[in-house]
Design a binder for this molecule. Structure first.
Ligand code: 5RP
Length: 231
């Protein structure tokens, strides 16, 4: 199956939630990029919306396709946020951060009245954790922080765990906020809420990629069409 077609179908279905005059959170990643491009086409046809991007990459794309941008520090709340995900379970719990944008994504999704997730069906899972959980940490002391993350993973039933620095071309990946990413290979996360709480308590952890209780709508994209699921 074509994952890209499925992503496009999910993104296209999300346009049904967009209304004239809305302030929109614009996600990051390939699926969210499809949404931004489709949104740009609607704007060219007269749709009046403004967007708050969740990354520098999305900011650039939105400007390129003609979606008006509002700086995040000028907004109170958002009407709708649309973003992709790396994993989605049956309770609409997510792993995000594969694109290293999880901090801004979580701030924007949390400020939106309605958070819609768009994902191709390969992202749907019974149990979170096959996708390595990204955790954003300060660059200072990241090896110490990674050790504490590893202990938290073990304490919350994640077996076969590794907590490793994300690198590209032999260098640490640096987020838009200037931080590093620790990718946690858990295989399965049996207690997502407990782990989320534990990670938040570690000094040096800026944010983690577990998005719990945030998504209200999940749009599952398939090669032929998309299914809208509501919580
Ligand atoms: C970026 C994200 C993305 O939404 C996630 O990685 C999914 O990406 P894609 O749509 O390319 O599969 O969380 O930080």
């Amino acid at each position: 199956m074509s994952a890209d077609l499925a992503k496009i179908n999910a993104a296209a279905a999300a346009l049904d939630f967009v209304e004239d005059g809305m302030l929109l959170g614009l996600g990051t990643g390939s699926t969210a990029a499809h949404f931004v491009r489709l949104l740009g086409e609607r704007v060219k046809k007269g749709l009046n919306v403004r967007g708050v991007p969740t990354s520098e990459a999305t900011d650039k794309l939105a400007r390129d396709v003609g979606v008006p941008i509002v700086p995040v520090d000028r907004v109170g709340s958002l009407d709708l946020a649309v973003d992709g995900a790396d994993e989605v379970d049956g309770a609409f719990r997510l792993i995000k951060g594969g694109g290293a944008a999880l901090l801004r994504e979580k701030i924007i999704a949390g400020a939106a009245k309605h958070f819609v997730v768009i994902a191709d069906e390969s992202k749907m899972v019974d149990t979170l954790g096959a996708f390595p959980l990204p955790v954003e940490v300060t660059a200072f002391g990241f090896t110490l922080t990674a050790q504490r993350i590893y202990s938290a993973l073990k304490a919350h039933g994640c077996h076969g765990t590794e907590a490793g620095l994300r690198e590209r071309d032999g260098k640490p990946v640096v987020t838009d906020g200037g931080n590093y990413i620790i990718d946690c290979k858990c295989a399965a996360i049996p207690d997502a809420e407990g782990l989320a709480d534990a990670l938040k308590r570690i000094t040096g952890v800026v944010e983690h990629g577990l998005f719990l209780g945030m998504a209200r709508t999940v749009i599952v994209g398939r090669e032929k069409g998309a299914e809208v699921r509501e919580r």
